[in-house]
Design a protein around this ligand. Structure first.
Ligand code: ZN
Length: 300
């Protein structure tokens, strides 16, 4: 969810039963608890990470969950193992994943995002589409599901998307998306398309821009995993135009506008204060915002 490096590392070797017992008993182990049906995440005492003490308070026995195929070791934060627990409990402390309050530059976002992606994947893929056998979770460090009858493996689908910041001189073009948010052109890649082709196609579909109007299109060094209904990888680009585009409404974008640094600063202020009567820009969690921040910070 964030664009910073989190310090969280995956593991590639399956731990022995003894190692797993030690992990589940250790006070340094951190648990991420996700509700199995609604995919809500446990947010208790200002934390998404819970200790063995919290697990006991909630009457969750990690060993039992492991045996029931509903616990998985996700990786490590330094020395601390991070374990996903998928529970059928219904507690008032669960919160919708979309409302999860991860902090900006939050080091916790990556394992929590991973826990959510795995839970969502297992929620959506239950049976083998070749032979209808029930798929099983390996309860290991791997995210895939396997069919024990025909050996077909299923992996979480990652749908790459491009996001293009369109500028002309000191101005930025922002498009209306939803919930009062104005942001960049973006979209999923289609099969056999390059990221650059996707940029030109999306710019044409969303803002009616022709390739001949483009001065330069450059990939930015800031890819960002984005988890939600679709698990995506955002690939950012910066497109500089030869001339200022006159925006006309398209099927996909109702409104777009050119903004100055001053207007950007005011929109950023409204976003951070939660005052959303007027239009805002994306939060600092998003690579979309990072692109804007970088573009305007280079201006006086
Ligand atoms: Zn099968």
């Amino acid at each position: 969810l964030t664009y910073c490096h989190s310090g969280f590392s995956r593991i590639d070797e399956f731990p022995t039963k003894e190692q797993l017992t030690n992990i589940f008993n250790s006070y340094i182990t951190k648990y991420i608890v996700i509700q199995d049906e609604k995919l809500d995440i446990l947010f208790k005492n200002d934390l998404y990470f819970h200790s063995i003490k919290t697990m006991r308070e909630l009457e969750i026995d990690p060993h039992k969950y492991y045996e029931d195929d509903r616990a998985a070791l996700l990786g490590y934060f330094g020395d601390a193992p991070i374990v996903l627990i998928k529970t059928q409990l219904h507690l008032s402390e669960f919160t919708n994943f979309y409302n999860a309050k991860f902090n900006d530059h939050d080091t916790q976002s990556q394992p929590i995002g991973l826990a959510y992606v795995i839970s969502r994947f297992h929620w959506a893929f239950k049976y083998c589409s070749r032979c209808q056998e029930k798929l099983t979770f390996q309860s290991t460090t791997k995210t895939y599901l396997i069919c024990n009858k025909c050996n077909q493996e299923y992996y979480p689908q990652i749908q790459p998307a491009i996001i293009v910041m369109v500028t002309f001189e000191d101005l930025l073009l922002v498009c209306y998306r939803r919930n009062n948010i104005y942001t960049h052109v973006s979209g999923f890649l289609e099969p056999v398309e390059t990221a650059e082709q996707a940029c030109y196609r999306e710019m044409n579909e969303e803002i009616c821009l022709e390739k001949s109007q483009v001065l330069s299109l450059t990939q930015q060094n800031l890819t960002q995993p984005w988890c939600g209904r679709y698990q995506s990888l955002m690939i950012p680009f910066h497109c500089i135009l030869k001339e200022k585009l006159e925006f006309k409404e398209t099927k996909e974008i109702k409104d777009a506008k050119w903004i100055t640094k001053e207007e950007y600063l005011m929109a950023a202020e409204r976003e951070s204060s939660g005052e959303q009567k007027e239009w805002v820009i994306p939060s600092k969690k998003a690579v979309a915002r990072k692109l804007m921040d970088d573009f305007f910070s280079d201006q006086k």
